[in-house]
Write a protein of this length. Structure first.
Length: 523
């Protein structure tokens, strides 16, 4: 028996020693921390408006984490200290990732408990989480007699007060706005993954919940490989509409009442088929005499991508100013230009004009990188000149104003927005709101968008051993109104927060509001 115990002790010590050898020395970890801070100050395109809104100072907040990085004792501690260091920048886009030969995380048996949450946004100073969805046959997964119901408030996670639990988790979480933090965290709250340190999870998920009437109860649920949900991410049955056809970027719903002259688009994202999907929509509308219809765009669940301006030039009859961007000029700008140029020359879709990023053959952005950007570096500029976003739709010397396409919708537009997504959705929302292209309902989008990013495989400065992949945001996205977009989502015209009382009918409530608004504008 003693020999078996000794064997397992030696195995344990050997495993920890194997992990610990990847963290190098204390001096090396300090040098690594100093390198990240130095390069962040040089490369990062910080957003002053975001720092003011969130009440943070990115560089000062990062420096407070030095001891945690330097004093890490194994791979797991160092990896999550670096994740916390990265997350201190409060940028949804920026992550760290494992690389070959670098820090190693123990394998995680990922899973999803059959319950999901959503924030109640009623009171901006007192948000809370409520049960928003349940797995089908939820009673099969728990022995407790009390079963969760939609709207029940979350009080504790694994015995810990939810406020404390979220505050701990927030330090490792990527977000650019508070509303987006709550929405994304709600979605992942019942998932088991390596997004958070292993200490956050137990074999099962135990939750303390409270009914609307004040009755508290506890439920323990397993992590499953797959969950069939009762509702999904919001209900979207859209009374008075039926699904006509769908593409990856959006689904098209037509009215069942012939007197209803609207089309409804459920917008999934600005995906690779957006140009083709938009052209198909225009052709469909033309064939069915619908180009004069009003548009209702449900972008609450939307993701990012590109080509939003291409779509807007066909969805709206009005000229509009597109989003813009710039590049922070630093020690890696030449390498960035070289990498981008190499990718451009090897990517045939850029050469034939079918790539997702550009409407031309890609020469506008190449002309800009090898012209004004290089000249800006030589002149000692901190940032390049501002251009239409990635020179995707207009050349770098443009006034950023796009005209409607030859064939386009001529009616009014209503857009539903919410804090789930951002990135190109933030740009799309900015173009709609800043240019007054339509009326917006709901809540502001997630408010995260940058122009260019730089990914680097970090190595310890002394030993040269690999560590992790680290990202920097190296360019601003600029809204049509001239403001930095990162952490600065445009406000909707009519604000309506999601609550536990309106959650199941939220989209139908917005749809009724949209119909009233369109009816008023058409009188």
């Amino acid at each position: 028996m003693k020999s078996k115990i000794l064997f397992f002790v030696l195995m344990f010590l050997g495993f920890n020693a194997a992990i610990a050898q990847n963290i190098s020395t204390k001096e090396d970890r300090e040098a690594l921390f100093d390198y990240i801070i130095e390069k962040t100050a040089i490369r990062e395109s910080l957003s002053p408006i975001k720092e003011k809104t969130l009440g943070i100072n990115v560089m000062a907040d990062m420096k407070l984490l030095k001891d945690e990085v330097v004093n890490a004792t194994n791979d797991v501690e160092l990896y999550y200290a670096l994740q916390k260091l990265s997350a201190a920048r409060k940028d949804r886009h920026l992550s760290i990732n494992e690389i070959e030969g670098g820090l190693q995380l123990p394998p995680v048996e990922e899973g999803q408990a059959p319950i999901r949450f959503h924030p109640d946004y009623t009171d901006s100073g007192n948000y809370f989480m409520f049960v928003a969805d349940l797995g089908e046959n939820i009673s099969d997964y728990t022995e407790q007699s009390e079963l969760p119901e939609i709207g029940d408030e979350l009080l504790k996670v694994n015995g810990e007060d939810f406020e404390n639990y979220m505050e701990r988790a927030r330090q490792y979480t990527r977000y650019s706005s508070i509303n987006n933090l709550w929405r994304r965290f709600a979605y992942s709250l019942s998932e088991k993954s390596d997004d958070l340190p292993p200490s956050f999870f137990k074999e099962q998920l135990t939750l303390t919940l409270e009914r609307k009437g004040g009755q508290q109860y506890e439920v323990t649920l397993p992590y499953l490989e797959k969950v069939d949900w009762q509702y999904g991410n919001f209900i979207k049955d859209y009374p008075g509409y039926e699904l006509a056809w769908e593409k990856e970027s959006f689904h098209v719903y037509t009215p069942t009442d012939p007197n209803n002259k609207t089309l409804l688009l459920w917008w999934y994202g600005f995906r690779g088929d957006l140009q083709e999907a938009t052209d198909s929509l225009i052709a469909y509308a033309e064939d069915n005499n619908m180009l004069d219809y009003d548009l209702i765009i449900d972008a609450i669940n939307s993701r990012g991508g590109s080509q939003g301006a291409y779509a807007l030039a066909r969805l709206s009859p009005k000229p509009f100013k597109t989003t813009g961007g710039n590049l922070k000029l630093s020690d890696i700008t030449k390498d960035f230009i070289n990498e981008y140029t190499e990718g451009y020359l090897s990517d045939k879709t850029r050469m034939d004009g079918s790539g997702r990023e550009a409407e031309d053959d890609g020469t506008w952005v190449m002309d800009w990188l090898h012209g004004p950007v290089i000249k800006g570096m030589a002149a000692g500029q901190a940032y390049s000149n501002n251009t239409p976003f990635k020179c995707a739709h207009l050349p770098h010397y443009s006034d950023w104003v796009m005209q409607p396409a030859e064939k386009h919708f001529t009616g009014d537009m209503v857009v539903f927005l919410g804090p789930w997504g951002g990135s190109h959705l933030t740009q799309f929302a900015s173009m709609v709101i800043d240019n007054d292209l339509g009326y917006t309902f709901g809540m502001p989008d997630g408010g995260y968008s940058n122009t260019w990013e730089w990914e680097e495989d970090l190595v310890f400065p002394i030993s040269k051993k690999p560590v992790v992949e680290f990202m920097w945001s190296i360019g601003h996205t600029l809204r049509p109104n001239g403001q930095i977009a990162e952490g600065n989502a445009p406000m909707v015209d009519e604000f309506m927060p999601v609550t536990r009382d309106n959650y199941l009918e939220y989209k139908n409530i917005l749809l009724e509001k949209a119909h009233r608004k369109l009816a008023d504008s058409n009188q």
